[in-house]
Design a protein. Structure first.
Length: 326
């Protein structure tokens, strides 16, 4: 893609995001499949373990096995999610500035500094969402304290017995007390995420250390956070629409068989549907963020003029590492 760098309004950024996505769909979907494929495999592994343990009647003493498999799966998914985001950012940067890009080249280019990219995402995530995580822990502490043992692996344990008034009362009080704090934590998390939204593009493109990337994002995102929020909101709406579309059969089944556990086979199909949604939607947000990163550099630093001079050989080569093709 040959790009004429200039300041873009929100509509133009969205149009270019859609254009890049459409013209390079196999590339972006292939990179996203690194994450969504790992998520699918770990989900199927967890379902297999639960089936071996006697799902849906898993003995409370075996809950630790489910927890271990789930934790291991989460760590693998987070690792490959970071790889996928960084590789997609690299590919978008190459294409946007007229460089060739492949799945293999983009992935190979980010592997040497993957630990740095993951650290940037970790810092941004902790700073933005730590308050919400603390509230979640507090809420589940209440549930563990007042609900019967084994409730989370087999909710039907509550059926056939007299209602546990103390448990439901405690949960109601916890919701009333923590509810406003949850709302405040979500608002705080969104605001802080917008501040740090350009940290990954800055880290990948400029090869900055993690903390400098965070500071760079705070500077570059200033004045454009509302536009970035609209981008995220639109992509979230598309994701929700696709999830609802794929989820309709599962909703009907759960409603028709209310009170019964969903079969393992249907849960596996649900994992496959999630894989499709993540592969289709996963690259869109990081693609848009990379375009916003360049747009902010054009607005604040005259990057369009700098790039034209570099292209004419008047200044040292740009900071983007060249794509390696075998």
């Amino acid at each position: 893609m040959t790009t004429q760098l200039r300041p873009l309004n929100l509509g133009e950024v969205l149009d270019r995001t859609a254009e890049l996505y459409r013209m390079n769909f196999p590339l972006f979907a292939g990179i996203a499949a690194i994450f969504s494929g790992a998520m699918l495999l770990t989900g199927l592994l967890q379902l297999s373990v639960e089936a071996l343990l006697g799902y849906p009647h898993i003995h409370p003493r075996l809950q630790w096995a489910v927890a271990v498999v789930t934790l291991a799966g989460v760590l693998v998914v987070l690792l490959l999610a970071g790889l996928s985001i960084a590789a997609n950012t690299r590919a978008v940067a190459w294409i946007y500035l007229g460089e060739p890009a492949t799945i293999r080249a983009a992935t190979a280019s980010v592997l040497p500094r993957l630990r740095r990219y993951l650290w940037v995402m970790t810092i941004a995530g902790i700073r933005a969402w730590a308050p919400l995580a603390v509230l979640y822990v507090a809420f589940f502490v209440v549930l563990f304290a007042y609900f019967p043992k084994g409730f989370f692996t087999h909710p039907a344990v509550m059926q056939g017995t007299a209602p546990n008034q103390a448990a439901f009362l405690a949960m109601g009080i916890a919701v009333l007390i923590l509810g406003p704090f949850f709302l405040a934590a979500v608002v705080y998390g969104v605001i802080m995420s917008l501040r740090y939204s350009l940290a990954v593009p800055a880290c990948v493109v400029e090869e900055l250390p993690a903390r400098q990337s965070i500071k760079r994002s705070i500077h570059l995102s200033r004045g454009s956070r509302g536009r970035i929020f609209v981008l995220g909101l639109l992509i979230y709406a598309v994701r929700m629409l696709l999830s609802l579309l794929f989820g309709v059969p599962f909703f009907f089944y759960a409603f028709k068989h209310l009170g019964h556990a969903i079969p393992i086979a249907m849960l596996a199909i649900q994992q496959l549907a999630t894989f499709i949604v993540n592969t289709l939607i996963g690259p869109m947000y990081s693609t848009g963020l990379t375009l916003f990163y360049y747009d902010q550099r054009v607005r604040k630093e005259g990057f369009d003029i700098e790039w034209m001079m570099r292209s004419a050989g008047l200044t040292p080569q740009a900071e983007l590492p060249a794509a390696e093709h075998s």
